[in-house]
Write a protein that binds this ligand. Structure first.
Ligand code: 3HC
Length: 686
């Protein structure tokens, strides 16, 4: 790892070399500073700055952020580059993000490959650009564009960068082009820091604030970035950068930034566990059974990743519907510019839809996404195993059914693995890979390899009712229903959790997915439910009254004319009536109390999942809750959040609630263990 430099005549070449993405740590900063001195001492005319490997630079090395990054600091490096009498030219390929983009802004001239990605994504890590980004970008591209880019963290392609004036030229060989830049032009180029910052109307800043509050609710960094952009209108570069640095340093230490870094690195580290060394099946052709919403989404995700897919349905009507479902996703991807006409045609070309299972005979993997019924699953797998190659891996997308029971219907149960996708399957990043008792390592490894190919975040889960995510969700619902019965309303409960950072509350979410799904699950669980456990029948009553959610126009809320939700006072009557039947004396719950109960319920269930080995680590639970269940990303996931409370506080809270209902609130052994040992949940191991 280093910054290499080389002289050729009056040109200097400085290259950042820190694989895999040229993150800018202390050594790189020092190397760049030394290169500035070197170029000046050598009397060079220009320095061409580039990166080795995949990128110019992906930004500051965020692994340094847990402590005070050692000097020299990046603002000093950027300022020295900008002020140097030697003209620095940025030759950008791959990424120039964060601190990488700030180096680019400090250069006198900028050349990018058309497919480069340039941006200031710091807000996604809970910080703001800390090396002049908020002060130089508006000077170069204007305040309006800067307001669009920095608070959202959105990068732009080389082509877009040229269009907005962020780079001067596009070329497939930016270093070669930099050698050709006319010396006179270079001499005339004004350093970005000396340009006028441009201005925007107060209403533009207000609009940006509203957008940030909507898109990244609860997060501090986007609002701080807007404040600094506003300052750039009036402050000198020096003053603006001083304020920016202070804000950056403060945010870097904040709980939000810590949480966002945690989840960033957790996502990068999501891969097969070390013990899983089996060779995955080579997958080129996948059969997907069931062309409903889930199956169609899975099929699209697969063709999108270059796989040949045979989508199987039961009859001609089903085939037509399934083709239509995938077609709709292709059309919408086309319309939204994610793919072009050729891409759409290629995806259609990779898809076969059929009611003949024989069409799947040579598939390497089959994923069942049929109706959630054991009989249906058994029939599907029976048909599959009679036609498909003996070495093909079989997978079920079941959300709740027992994977071991499904495996038991197969001649060779070791072929089966659970691949639990989340709807819409072509968008949602999470993939729970469910390990049945008999699942072979090859089948599991195939699941992880597929996740990588689909660019999904894989999490290994054991078999239980709901695996990791849905099991926590069930407990969340149960706790919410109890608060509802005992005195609250769906909207107060939803609002409390939205304030916590969820995009949507549990009742609105249920309205969206349909109340019949949870109802069917409750019926399935009837046989095994502990008869001593308190049961809240309000959801059943809702279903009995046809209040199935959005699709019925009425659920926990009302949706007049198919539009947005409105509070429905009839629900209050319905709940009061149920409470009366159950002889419950209702009382008020504050938003804090609601959050306390719902969050502790989830944390307790999650720690039980950890203790039973259903999840391997607390980090895996964070990945599941953030990427599949809307837990606020900036809180780092459920277990990261629980660690900010501390195990002792969690235990105390649960013991308090257990006085009300000892069965439901009994602290899990992991909570007790962590509290006794004084360790975090993330440090706990079986
Ligand atoms: N610091 C440290 N490590 C980083 C890093 C960074 N900024 N960016 C990426 N990495 C590491 C990843 O952890 C991963 O490590 P691993 O191989 O050990 O798991 C490796 O680089 C490859 O990363 P990805 O797996 O994410 O590779 P992709 O090709 O999918 O994505 C990327 C590449 C788009 C650069 C993506 O990694 C990314 O978005 N990185 C973060 C960019 C960013 O936010 N930069 C701003 C940093 S803050 C800053 O610059 C402050 C400044 O203003 C002062």
């Amino acid at each position: 790892m280093a910054v290499s430099r080389r002289r050729d005549g009056i040109y200097g070449y400085v290259e950042i070399d820190n694989p895999p993405v040229n993150a800018i740590g202390q050594e790189i900063r020092q190397g760049l500073l030394d290169a500035v001195d070197w170029a000046e001492a050598e009397g060079l005319e220009r320095v061409i700055l580039s990166g080795k490997g995949r990128a110019l630079a992906a930004g500051a090395d965020t692994r340094e952020f847990d402590a005070e990054p050692p000097p020299p600091h990046l603002p000093e490096v950027a300022n020295r580059i900008e002020k140097s009498p030697v003209a620095w030219i940025a030759a950008i390929h791959g990424f120039a993000l964060g601190g990488g983009a700030e180096l680019v802004l400090a250069c006198r001239y900028r050349i990018a490959r058309p497919d480069a990605m340039i941006g200031l994504p710091e807000v996604n890590l809970g910080v703001i650009p800390g090396a002049g980004g908020t002060q130089r970008l508006p000077r170069l591209v204007g305040m309006e564009k800067a307001l669009e880019l920095i608070p959202t963290g959105k990068p732009v392609s080389g082509v877009e960068a040229k269009a907005i004036g962020l780079v001067d030229e596009l070329d497939d060989d930016p270093v070669g082009y930099a050698e050709m830049v006319n010396t006179e032009w270079l001499g005339m180029a004004v350093p970005v820091g000396e340009l006028n910052s441009g201005a925007a109307e107060p209403e533009d800043f207000a609009k940006a604030r509203r957008a940030a509050e909507n898109r990244m609710r609860g997060q501090v960094a986007p609002l701080k970035a807007i404040e600094l952009l506003e300052l750039a209108q009036t402050a000198s570069l020096e003053d603006g950068m001083r304020a920016e640095r202070e804000a950056f340093v403060e945010l870097r230490k904040s709980e939000q930034a810590r949480a966002l870094r945690h989840i960033f690195f957790a996502e990068r580290g999501a891969r097969a566990p070390d013990w899983l060394t089996a060779e995955p099946a080579k997958v080129e052709h996948v059969a997907v059974v069931g062309g409903g919403t889930m199956g169609a989404g899975i099929a699209y995700a697969l063709v999108n990743a270059g796989q040949a897919v045979t989508l199987l349905e039961t009859d001609a009507d089903g085939v037509e519907r399934a083709r239509g479902n995938v077609g709709k996703i292709i059309d919408s991807s086309l319309k939204r510019g994610f793919i072009d006409d050729d891409g759409a045609a290629a995806r259609r070309g990779r898809l076969t839809v059929s009611s003949d299972y024989g069409a799947a005979a040579d598939a390497d993997l089959a994923i069942e996404a049929a109706f959630e019924s054991m009989e249906v699953k058994a029939e599907v797998f029976g048909r599959l195993q009679s036609v498909i190659r003996a070495d093909a891996v079989l997978a079920t997308n079941t959300s709740y059914l027992d994977v071991d029971e499904i495996a038991g219907t197969l001649a060779d149960p070791s072929r089966l693995v659970g691949l639990h996708f989340f709807a819409p399957a072509h968008i949602m990043k999470l993939l729970e890979i469910v390990r049945g008792k008999a699942s072979s390592e090859r089948a599991l490894a195939t699941g992880f390899a597929l996740a990588k190919r689909l660019r999904k975040i894989p999490v290994l889960a054991g078999v239980c009712d709901g695996f990791i995510g849905n099991r926590i969700l069930s407990r969340y619902r149960e706790a919410a229903d109890t608060v509802l019965m005992d005195g609250s309303t769906p909207w107060d409960i939803d609002e409390a959790m939205v304030e916590f950072g969820y995009a949507m509350g549990i009742y609105e979410t249920q309205d969206l997915s349909g109340l019949d799904i949870a109802h069917a699950n409750r019926r399935r669980q009837d046989a095994t439910r502990d008869p001593n456990r308190r049961y809240i029948p309000i959801g059943d009553r809702m279903v009995a009254e046809g209040r199935l959610g959005r699709k019925a126009g009425v659920g926990w809320y009302r949706y007049p004319g198919g539009g947005g939700k409105v509070v429905d006072p009839l629900i209050e009557d319905l709940v009061r009536e149920e409470a009366h039947f159950a002889k419950v004396a209702r009382r008020e719950f504050s938003a804090d109390e609601i959050r306390h109960r719902l969050l502790l319920a989830m944390v307790n269930e999650a720690t039980a999942i950890l203790g039973e080995g259903i999840a391997q680590t607390a980090r895996d639970i964070d990945l599941v809750t953030v990427n599949g269940y809307g837990f606020p990303r900036w809180r780092g996931g459920l277990m990261h959040y629980a660690d900010t409370l501390g195990a002792a506080t969690v235990l105390e809270g649960l013991e308090g609630l257990a006085k009300e209902d000892a069965l439901v609130w009994a602290p899990s052994p992991v909570v007790r263990d962590c509290a006794e040992k004084g360790i975090s949940f993330s440090a706990w191991r079986r």
